[in-house]
Structures are given as structure tokens and as C-alpha cells.
Write a protein of this length. Structure first.
Length: 139
């Protein structure tokens, strides 16, 4: 299958309600004493498994980790592979968009065709991070 912008889309079926629920569940594990915002992310991987992450803040504010960062670690720690579909939610279930840095992290491990749950519907990374810099730009 090919998406609207020509990227390859995995044939893995996406259960978005399951993914959103996993993100809310992961957010309950957040360590966020400074912002008070619990963030959880969940991704369907190309082998069908689901990995999750939560934000982990720090007294040195700038070194806090976003949920997507810890999820990237989980991807690698639990068998590698690629992100196929990603949902980010607050602990209260509100949809949250990945920040700019996290879009880059998701792009690295999911590519242009990775699907993201957005306020405008499910969109490929090619729409969420247009004209991205990526591995293909390195010599
Ligand atoms: N946060 C995430 O976990 N992911 C994002 O994409 C945006 C922001 C976290 C970082 C910080 O712990 C809290 O949200 C408030 O910025």
C-alpha cells in the first residue's frame, strides 16, 4: 500500500482506540513534578507489537525527557523495528501533538509514512514534519 504522498504504508492494521488507550495508560507513569502534565505515547510497531513511553522531567528543566523519547528507547530495548502509528495523550486523555524535537525522533524511527494521531485526523509524518531532514540527507 502507498499513502497519499507516496510513502509506503505498512499493512499492519491500526487499532487507534487501543493505541490511544495505551497512551493514556502510559501517561499515568509520568514523572512530571514541574509541569504537572502527564504525557503518554504509544506506537504500533511494524511487527505488530505496541511500545509506550511517558515523560520524565528533571530539576534541571531542560534535560527532561518527553514521552516519545522514552518510547524510542522502548522500541530499541524490546526488539527494534519501526514505528507504524503513534498516539500521544495526556493523563486525562487529551490528544497532544509531539513537540518539534519529538517529531524528528519519530521520523528517524518511523519515516515519512508513519501515521500520527492529530487534531486534524490521522496524518502521515510527511504532513506532521514536512520536508524533514533525515538519514537520507547524510552523505
Ligand atoms: N512533553 C512530552 O512528553 N512530549 C511532547 O511531545 C511535548 C511535551 C512533555 C515534556 C514536559 O515533561 C511536559 O510535556 C510539559 O512540557
Amino acid at each position: 500500500m502507498v499513502d497519499a504522498v507516496g510513502g509506503a504504508v505498512s499493512d499492519v492494521e491500526v487499532d487507534w482506540e487501543l493505541l490511544r488507550g495505551k497512551a493514556v495508560e502510559a501517561a499515568q507513569s509520568a514523572y512530571c513534578p514541574y509541569s504537572g502534565l502527564q504525557v503518554g505515547s504509544a506506537a504500533l510497531c511494524d511487527d505488530g507489537r505496541i511500545v509506550v513511553g511517558c515523560n520524565v522531567e528533571n530539576a534541571a528543566y531542560g534535560v527532561g525527557l518527553c514521552a516519545e523519547c522514552t518510547m524510542a528507547g522502548q522500541l530499541r530495548l524490546t526488539g527494534g523495528g519501526r514505528f507504524v502509528a503513534v498516539a500521544c495523550r495526556s493523563g486525562l486523555g487529551e490528544l497532544l501533538m509531539p513537540c518539534g524535537r519529538c517529531r524528528q525522533i519519530l521520523y528517524e524511527l518511523g519515516g515519512a509514512s508513519c501515521l500520527v494521531d492529530t487534531p486534524s485526523g490521522v496524518l502521515p509524518m510527511s504532513r506532521v514534519l514536512p520536508d524533514a531532514f533525515g538519514p537520507e540527507d547524510l552523505p
